[in-house]
Ligand binder design. Sequence first.
Ligand code: PBG
Length: 322
Amino acid sequence: MSFPFHRPRRLRSHETIRRMVRETRLSVDDLIYPLFICPGENVYEPIRSMPGVARLSVDRGVEECQEVAALGIPAVILFGIPASKDDAGTGAYVVDGIVQQAVRAIKANVPGLVVITDVCLCEYTDHGHCGVVHEGDVQNDPTLDLLAKTALSHVRAGADMVAPSDMMDGRIGAIRRTLDEDGKSHIPIMAYSAKYASGFYGPFREAADSTPQFGDRRSYQMDPPNTDEALREVKLDLEEGADIVMVKPALAYLDIICRVKSAFDVPVAAYNVSGEYAMIKAAGQLGWLDESRVMVESLIAIKRAGADMILTYFAKDMAKIL
Ligand code: PBG
């Protein structure tokens, strides 16, 4: 049967009917808000290329978390900017590191909020790579111990979940074993499984001061043209003990989100990254796009592709609309 009996426009004729047949819905429960924590007190240092986002000292971070929780957003993910960096990324796993301090303060003051920590070395190494460097090469296996130490120190500080973003081989297994041996077998791992070597991380690297001082991340992050490889990465991470798998970035990789979600019956997260945020904010500020409308459309697209949760700098803006 076709036209004139079938008229798809009937179900689009007014907003209430459109609402009834809507297939994808965004909920505040889907959102995770990233925070950049820096040393000091009462620091609010705006990030030039990410309007509305700032580096916050621990005290201001706690206030931000109170606002986030009041909006109904279930979780934050923390990134740390340490006071000093070295070649071993020591600041990532010291007991009193910046993220460890922030986790303690947030859990003490906003206990209901889920605190996820990003586990990586790039913000803490003086060369800006995500692992230990020897003669210009990022060393896989020696990095695993440091990542596991980092994850454990976050969990000991009170983190509810850890999210390794380094893309070293075997890191999920290394972290899982270390947590389990310390009696932390109840702590879930959100793995940045299909993380691509993307130009869309530009503003983040300004925010986290984590631009590699030589070379790039192509020897560990994925090559953008690949899809099958993303499925292999996800499979490996699940075998090693990942509880949630992530695709990153989101908007240029909707096909990957879709394939991962159809291939595996596990929760899938998508990271709507800094560059995706910056593009919409910039065009909105120039009056070239309706920022709010394009934000909602983009987040819905990520959900429609198959993401169960979205890490996004828009989380507060979106929660206000919902
Ligand atoms: C750290 C890390 C990065 C992002 C999240 N964790 C940067 C990178 O890999 O260079 C990017 C997030 C964003 O762009 O919003 N490895």
